[in-house]
Design a protein around this ligand. Structure first.
Ligand code: ANZ
Ligand code: ZN
Length: 800
């Protein structure tokens, strides 16, 4: 059969989507399977090949699962709030609602053009008021439990986008969206207390099935460390400065203290500090740097020694200097450290520059050259009561000492910070809070949600990081839900991470008007069996959504602690040149052009064949043609079907059924496709192919290239489409070949080959060897002295 991809694909897409072939059925008695892909941001340029790669994995799995008898939930939606739409709306003077609707329409069309088997009836849009009503509802619950709060802080601020950025949004000190260098700005902002869930989020990782590197990234992001809080007194004051240290055993080597420029003791002790001007100037400089610059880039240590303020080391009563330096962060630990230059590289650099004493307390290194940091095993020296102990024992003993004297105790810290939860832009969920002079912050009653994003003329952000909502008096001025007096609405909106932190719950019950999703439906569908998405979302998005889920579990809104059972991540598709695809480099491949020229089946196949799914791989236009040729060959096999059995390829067929099934489960789509290609080549060499065998081949190609398979399937006389077909089983006994080829030699010289069956007796094999075509003339009329058979390898005949 020759095939025209345009008509074939259009025909089957119409059939599937009109007949709703991929509908997930709540409470169905079949076993359920929930496959989730990260929903797209509907940008104006439409789908990227990366989107197709990201969804193709679970598309294959979902189609396979349906054939295996599962009730599959494979949904899609749109994470549609956010800056690009808003910026585009401003530029073109269109309402972001209109822009979003148009973009979503384009995406939906393109997804269907690719033949994805999503349940489009469950599509969600985070900007729909019936959706964000529940995003706001979750916020209100967090607020009621004290997990949403406002606090003054220095925030990363993009002067160009005019928004506050999270650390993750400003990696490398640049705005994630526009690349402008980020500055630090003091602001009152909303936070979500994710730190309260740090331990639960860490422990929950034990139950997540995922690659080690994905687990490690999350662990590092949470960043648990254990150590001690130790109190240092400040000489001639009643101040106690607490430090956080992971190495209380090195206390005798603490020769100075360092505090963050933002530390509040500077304000309290202002009168005692003689060089306060210098300190203040240093504070101003520090404010210009991002955390990344302070921690990662600071090769050259800077700081100011406080003149007039010193501290006392509590274990030996030594008076030590205090410095202000920006390598100590206010947001971690206590914002103050005991510096042990002999055994910490940052402290060492600092001490050398500022001429501080360096005392070795763990032997083994050469501290005249550099800090000796390889200290988990060593022995304590110069260390009073813990002198001579191993590091392990010293840690125990010093803690006992500190606890007994009540100057220190065990402590745990997490690198993770509370989640700065706000943006000062228009296109986001309004935060449902009212500020009342008498009652303080009051949430909008749940039954009055959603708080609808008001219509505005102008979406330009206000100056100074204010949201455009602040310019609308009708929105801002309201009455207090508690006391009824005039009050003002919060005008910040939520960050884009909000809507995506719970969308997978809404898929279980997308139209519910009473609750975010019906509990029984959640019970039926949760957990997500398999979640695939970008490696770059493994920390932020996955952790944020796990946090919300844990919280919702604690308030009884969802039935499981953890949302996801298994997580995988696809590698990027790079341009032909090996660089990241980008408009400016001109190496972007438009998937729709490929679909038009070669077909969606070809694109789907190629996108998975291109390389290991979990690694980045460059695009190769020749590969696209190869994938199309494979489909043409598959279709042409239809011309040589027969009802007669054919034993020639049974081993290949059954081996391929087995390994394609396994490869799909192991995310090895590229090797699965390679095996399908080689099977089709084997079949292509046969004079005829058994029809039932061919149907098995169609079934295992179907998840990858469903349109062409459906077309052939129908032509073969099937009345129902392939979603009703079952995944083929392989026959164990056919996995090993029943015949083998051995060589036949005369006097040690190879003359011919014969095919024997593995259960043949020696006599039969020798008889067969003597009748081989090229052997007969060699032995004719001669006497055979010896007949040797080496099992499964060779026959040697010795003649004169
Ligand atoms: C003394 C010491 C001696 C330290 C030594 C380390 C090695 P992690 O493991 O990342 O938790 N520290 C504490 N608070 C800090 C802050 N706000 N800014 C910068 N550094 C801070 O690191 C904990 C260690 O980092 C602590 O242990 C402290 O230095 C430093 F041989 O105390 B340590
Ligand atoms: Zn009030």
């Amino acid at each position: 059969m020759e095939y025209n991809h345009k008509s074939v694909e259009a025909k089957w897409q119409k059939h599937w989507y009109e007949k709703k072939r991929f509908r997930a059925i709540d409470f169905d008695s079949k076993p359920k399977c929930y496959n989730l892909v990260e929903f797209p941001y509907p940008s104006g340029v439409g789908m990227h090949v990366g989107h197709i790669r990201a969804y193709a994995s679970l598309e294959i799995v979902s189609r396979k699962r349906r054939m295996e008898g599962y009730n599959v939930l494979f949904p899609i939606g749109f994470d549609a709030f956010g800056l690009p739409t808003e910026n585009y709306a401003i530029k073109t003077n269109t309402h972001p609602r209109e822009v979003t609707d148009t973009n979503i329409k384009t995406f939906l069309n393109q997804l269907q053009q690719t033949g994805f088997s999503f349940d489009f009836d469950r599509t969600v849009d985070t900007t729909d008021k019936d959706y964000y009503r529940w995003t706001q509802w979750i916020f209100v619950q967090l607020f009621k439990k004290g997990l949403a709060f406002r606090d003054k802080t220095y925030v990363n601020y993009c002067p160009s986008c005019k928004v506050v950025l999270s650390n993750e949004d400003s990696q490398g000190g640049k705005c994630d969206r526009c690349g402008t260098p980020v500055v630090q700005k003091e602001k009152d902002v909303w936070f979500l207390k994710i730190t309260e869930y740090a331990e639960k989020l860490l422990q929950g990782l034990n139950d997540l099935e995922t690659l080690p590197r994905i687990k490690i990234e999350q662990e590092n992001w949470i960043g648990k460390s254990t150590g001690a809080h130790v109190d240092f007194t400040v000489k001639d004051t009643d101040e106690v400065m607490q430090v956080y240290t992971t190495r209380p055993d090195t206390l005798f080597g603490a020769t100075f203290m360092v505090i963050a420029p933002e530390h509040d003791i500077l304000k309290r002790q202002e009168v005692r500090i003689k060089n306060m001007d210098e300190v203040k100037a240093y504070q101003v400089e520090a404010r210009k740097k991002t955390e990344f610059e302070r921690v990662e880039l600071a090769k050259d240590k800077t700081g100011v020694r406080l003149d007039g303020l010193t501290a006392i080391n509590p274990v030996n009563d030594q008076e030590i200097p205090i410095f202000v330096a920006d390598y100590v962060m206010i947001g971690y630990g206590t914002g103050a450290i005991m510096a042990v230059p002999a055994h910490d590289s940052r402290d060492y650099e600092f001490a050398t520059k500022f001429g501080c004493e360096i005392i070795e307390v763990i032997s083994g290194g050469d501290i005249t050259k550099e800090a000796y940091t390889d200290t988990n095993e060593g022995t304590l020296v110069n260390s009073g009561i813990i002198d001579g102990l191993s590091v392990k024992d010293a840690k125990v003993k010093i803690l006992e000492f500190l606890e007994e004297k009540e100057i220190g105790k065990k402590a745990t810290n997490y690198k993770m910070k509370d989640w700065a939860f706000n943006r000062q832009r228009y296109w986001g969920e309004p935060i449902p809070i009212i500020h009342c002079e008498d009652c303080g912050m009051v949430h909008i009653p749940e039954n009055e949600l959603p708080l609808i994003l008001p219509e505005v003329e102008n979406f330009e952000p206000g100056e100074d990081g204010q949201s455009p909502l602040a310019n609308i008096p009708e929105f801002v001025n309201t009455t207090c839900p508690k006391c009824g007096k005039p009050a003002k609405r919060e005008t910040d909106t939520m960050p884009q991470w909000a809507g995506s932190s719970w969308y997978f719950l809404r898929y279980a019950d997308p139209k519910n008007e009473e609750v975010l999703a019906d509990f029984d439906k959640l019970k039926y569908w949760l957990q997500v069996d398999w979640y695939n998405g970008g490696m770059e979302h493994v920390t932020r998005h996955v952790i944020y959504s796990r946090f919300w889920h844990h919280f919702l579990y604690d308030i009884g809104a969802v039935p499981t602690k953890e949302p996801y059972k298994k997580r995988t991540a696809q590698g990027l598709i790079l341009g032909e040149d090996g660089d990241k695809m980008s408009k400016s480099k001109g190496n972007v491949v438009n998937p729709i052009e490929i679909i038009e020229e070669f077909g969606a089946d070809t694109l789907r196949l190629y996108i998975l064949f291109i390389g290991d799914y979990e690694q980045a791989t460059p695009w190769n236009p020749n590969g696209v043609k190869g994938s199309r040729r494979f489909l043409d060959k598959l279709a042409r096999l239809e011309d040589k079907l027969s009802d007669k059995p054919n034993d020639n390829y049974q081993t290949e067929l059954h081996k391929t059924i087995k390994s394609v099934g396994e490869d799909i489960e192991n995310v090895k789509f590229n090797t699965a496709i390679a095996k399908l290609m080689s099977l089709v080549n084997v079949l292509g060499k046969e004079t005829y192919v058994n029809k039932e065998d061919y149907e098995k081949v169609l079934k295992i190609v179907y998840p990858f290239a469903p349109h062409i398979c459906e077309e052939i399937w129908e032509k073969l006389g099937h009345k129902e489409d392939m979603v009703f077909a079952s995944w083929p089983e392989y026959d164990e006994s056919k996995l090993v070949s029943s015949t083998i080829e051995i060589v036949v030699s005369i006097n040690g010289k190879v003359r011919d080959k014969i095919v024997i069956s593995v259960d043949m007796a020696k006599d039969e094999i020798l008889a067969l060897a003597k009748k081989a075509e090229k052997i007969i003339p060699q032995i004719e009329g001669k006497q055979i002295f010896k007949e040797i058979y080496v099992p499964n390898k060779l026959v040697n005949l010795v003649v004169k």
